[in-house]
Structure formats: C-alpha cells, structure tokens
Design a protein around this ligand. Structure first.
Ligand SMILES: NC(=O)c1ccc[n+]([C@@H]2O[C@H](COP(=O)([O-])OP(=O)(O)OC[C@H]3O[C@@H](n4cnc5c(N)ncnc54)[C@H](OP(=O)(O)O)[C@@H]3O)[C@@H](O)[C@H]2O)c1
Length: 309
C-alpha cells in the first residue's frame, strides 16, 4: 500500500480508502470484517456520510463490538445533504446550525470522540463562508474534527471558501473513473470546437495539485452517474480488453488496474472503493503495487472510447 500525508498532522493515510455507502444491509460484524480486511491489506482509511442511511451507525456498532478497531482507522465523514421535509428530494445545508448538529449526530452514531476528516458533501448555493469558518473553528477547538475538506466543489468555490477558513482545505472528493473522464477530456481538448473541450469542472485536478490537497476519487468502477460497473460490461468491451491486457502483465485483477489508473494522476490522489466483499478489497489494495506507465495510462483512456487531438 502507498500512503499520503494528510492534514495538519501529516497523518499517514492510504491511497485506497474503504467507502461505506453501500453497507445498509450489512451487520456490524460483517462491517468489522471488511474494515479488518482493509487494515490487513494496508488500507487504513474509512469514508462514510450521514446521507448513506444507517452507514455511520453500523460502523459505530462495528467499532463498539471490536475493541481497538476505531483507533486503527482514519475516519472521514461528510455533511450537508439533507432529506427535504416536504419533497421526495434532498437539499443542501452548510449553515452553522446544521454543521454543528450534523457533527454531533455523526460522533454519536460512529461512537467516537473525533472525526479525522470532515467534508462538505455537495455545494450549497446558499453557503456563507464566514459561517462555515466559525463552525469549523469551534469543531476543531473542541477536538471533534481534526481536518476539513470539500466534495464536488470547483476551484471558484474552493477559492472563495479558502479566503474565510481558518484551515486549509485538505481534500476534494470528486467522481473520476476510466469510464467517467470529463475532467481529462476538457484537459486534452483545450480551446477546441468540440464537446470534449467543454470544461465543466473549472480545473479541479490542477487546483488540487497546485494546493497540495488530497483528490479523492469516488465511484472509480462506475460509468455515468451511478450507471453501473464498467468491469466485464459488454458496453465497454475495448476498455475491458485493455484492462485485462495490463492486468495480465502485472499479475493483478482488472479492478486493480482500473484503480491504479485513477491514482496515476500526479497529485495527492486517493481512490475510494465501494465494494462490500473482502476479496474485492484485497484486489483493490493491489492497485498500489506498481506505477502505471504513460503507454498503459493512455491505452486505458483511448480504449474507453476517447479520442485525443
Ligand atoms: N462525495 C460524493 O459525492 C460521493 C458519491 C458517491 C460515492 N462516494 C464515496 O465513494 C465510495 C465508493 O463509491 P461507489 O460504491 O460508487 O464505488 P465503486 O467501487 O465504483 O462501486 C462499488 C460497487 O461496485 C460493485 N463492484 C465492484 N467490483 C465489481 C466487479 N468486479 N463486478 C461487479 N460489481 C462490482 C460493488 O459490488 P460488491 O459490493 O458486490 O463488490 C459495489 O456495488 C462510496 O462508498 C462513498 O464513500 C462519494
């Protein structure tokens, strides 16, 4: 496993993170086994969120039933996505009151006294940076949260927030996968008159690299917006053939190749894997066994149906 230095205390955090969005039907014992499997492979980071149903509570029960487990993981949760009380939809809330309340609820559910990293989950159009800064400062002073970051934010949003925050933005969690590449498409097609040249993200990767923040990729095996897994998917035949070729060369699975591809961007990259199977956690950990060559990286990109100018 490879590690990055994260946050104010340069915590040693694995490049592969165990995502806990899909554990609603798992028992605390099963989740403790998943976390233990991850730790055995060197994965020491766990990601969750209050909006993932009972995820935080199940993790908290797993910690309670397994003495010492909490202290061995770096724990990240998020906040700000709330079910609307009258509509069957979510809305976003970065108000001081909600930040403070959400963290207390998370600490209770997770049965822990602190969160290692707290992310603002999805941008709230009504966010007021000074209000967020006040909440973060109080949470930090109380020892409840060690480091802070964002998710799904573009550089303009982060720049505005950073002006007010008392701490650096340590992470941005965004969707990146071999079959989901709008950020790379815009990168390659700068100033061209085609769809790929449309920059939708404002340069998230470049901003993250420039500011030394962790770029945490979510849904690294999915296509579209939760469109399903592209591995072994007949719609991605050429991509799978490329992944298989590279996997055979390195004695790993296509899962490891797909994750390695995401981690190859030259910044503080992390990949959050959402599997609920111990065997696939082990396969994911093998993503860090080698550094992908440029030829391999571009073979994956082109085989996913992309064109280069
Ligand atoms: N910040 C955000 O907005 C945001 C959004 C989404 C997710 N996230 C985070 O990112 C994490 C990962 O997201 P994700 O779960 O979408 O990622 P993912 O790892 O791309 O997808 C995991 C899903 O793919 C399945 N899978 C994995 N390998 C497979 C294979 N070889 N064949 C068929 N199915 C396979 C898994 O099933 P099995 O369980 O059966 O292996 C699981 O259902 C989440 O847990 C969450 O922490 C953040």
């Amino acid at each position: 496993m490879r590690y990055i230095e994260f946050g104010a205390n340069a915590a040693k955090v694995s490049e592969v993170i165990l995502g806990m969005m899909r554990i609603a039907n798992k028992t605390p014992e099963q989740v403790a086994e998943l976390i233990q499997t991850a730790l055995d492979c060197g994965i020491n980071a766990v990601d969750t969120a209050p909006i993932y149903g009972p995820s935080e509570a199940i993790i908290g029960n797993a910690f309670a039933k397994t003495p010492g487990l909490r202290d061995r993981v770096w724990l990240q949760t998020k906040l700000g996505i709330r079910p609307h009380p009258r509509l069957s939809a979510n809305y976003f809330d970065f108000s001081y009151e909600h930040i403070m309340e959400s963290v207390d609820n998370s600490l209770r559910a997770l049965q822990t006294d602190h969160i290692d990293s707290l992310l603002l989950h999805r941008p709230d159009a009504l966010m007021e940076p000074d209000e967020i800064a006040r909440a973060f400062q109080e949470l930090h002073d109380a020892g409840k949260v060690l480091d802070f970051g964002v998710s799904n934010q573009n550089p303009a949003m982060m720049r505005r927030l950073a002006k007010h925050l008392p701490f650096p933005i340590q992470a941005n969690q965004v969707q990146i996968a071999a079959a989901f590449t709008p950020m790379f498409d815009a990168f390659f097609n700068v100033n061209m008159q085609n769809d790929a040249s449309v920059m939708r993200d404002g340069g998230i990767l470049e901003y993250g690299a420039e500011h030394g923040m962790a770029i945490q990729a979510w849904s690294v095996l999915q296509h579209g917006y939760f469109g399903g897994v592209f591995l072994d998917n007949p719609d991605y035949e050429e991509l799978n053939a490329a992944l298989e070729r590279i996997a055979a060369d390195h004695g790993v699975t296509t899962t490891a190749v797909a994750i390695n591809w995401v981690l190859r961007y030259p910044a503080k990259m992390q990949a959050i894997v959402g599997t609920t199977r111990p065997e696939r956690i082990r396969q994911s950990a093998a993503a860090c066994d080698w550094t992908m060559t440029r030829e391999e990286w571009y073979e994956v990109y082109l085989s996913a149906g992309n064109k280069l100018p």
